[in-house]
Ligand binder design. Structure first.
Ligand SMILES: [Zn+2]
Length: 141
C-alpha cells in the first residue's frame, strides 16, 4: 500500500465501501503514515461539515414552523400579542416572496449564458452574409 493508492481509497474507506482486505490495508497504512492520516482526518472533518450543512437544510421549513407557531399564538394568545403578530406576518410573507424572486433572478442569470451562446453564431452568420452581399455588389459593378 503506497500513499497514492491509500489516498485514492480514502473516500471508500471512510464509507466502509472497500473490500475487507483493502480496509485493513488502508487502516494499517493510516497507522504508519502521518501525511495520509492528516488527509484522512481532514476528510473526516469535511464530512462532519457536510452533515452539519445537510441538517441546516431544514431551514426552508423554518418559515412554515414560525407561521404555525404564529397561528397557535393567535388562537391562544392575548389581544396585544396577536396584534403584534398580525403586523409581523406580512413581513414574513414579504421575506419569503423576496427570497422566491431572488432565486428566480438567480435561475434566470444561470440560463442566460446558454441563450447567448446560441445567439452569437446567428449574429456571426448575419455578418458573413452582409460581407458576402457587398462582395457580390462589387463584382457586379
Ligand atoms: Zn501515506
Amino acid at each position: 500500500m503506497n500513499c497514492q493508492l491509500c489516498q485514492k481509497n480514502l473516500d471508500a474507506y471512510q464509507e466502509g465501501r472497500l473490500p475487507s482486505d483493502m480496509m485493513t490495508q488502508v487502516e494499517s497504512h493510516l497507522e504508519t503514515c502521518d501525511s495520509c492520516k492528516r488527509i484522512y482526518n481532514a476528510q473526516l472533518l469535511a464530512g462532519r461539515v457536510i452533515i452539519t450543512e445537510k441538517e441546516t437544510d431544514a431551514n426552508p421549513f423554518l418559515v412554515t414552523r414560525v407561521m404555525a407557531m404564529i397561528e397557535n399564538m393567535e388562537n391562544t394568545g392575548h389581544e396585544k400579542e396577536s396584534l403584534r403578530i398580525r403586523l409581523l406576518r406580512p413581513a414574513l410573507v414579504t421575506v419569503s416572496l423576496a427570497a422566491a424572486v431572488f432565486f428566480g433572478i438567480m435561475l434566470g442569470n444561470l440560463s442566460r449564458p446558454a441563450r447567448n451562446a446560441d445567439k452569437i453564431p446567428v449574429e456571426l452568420a448575419l455578418i458573413n452574409d452582409a460581407s458576402l452581399e457587398s462582395v457580390d455588389i462589387l463584382s457586379n459593378e
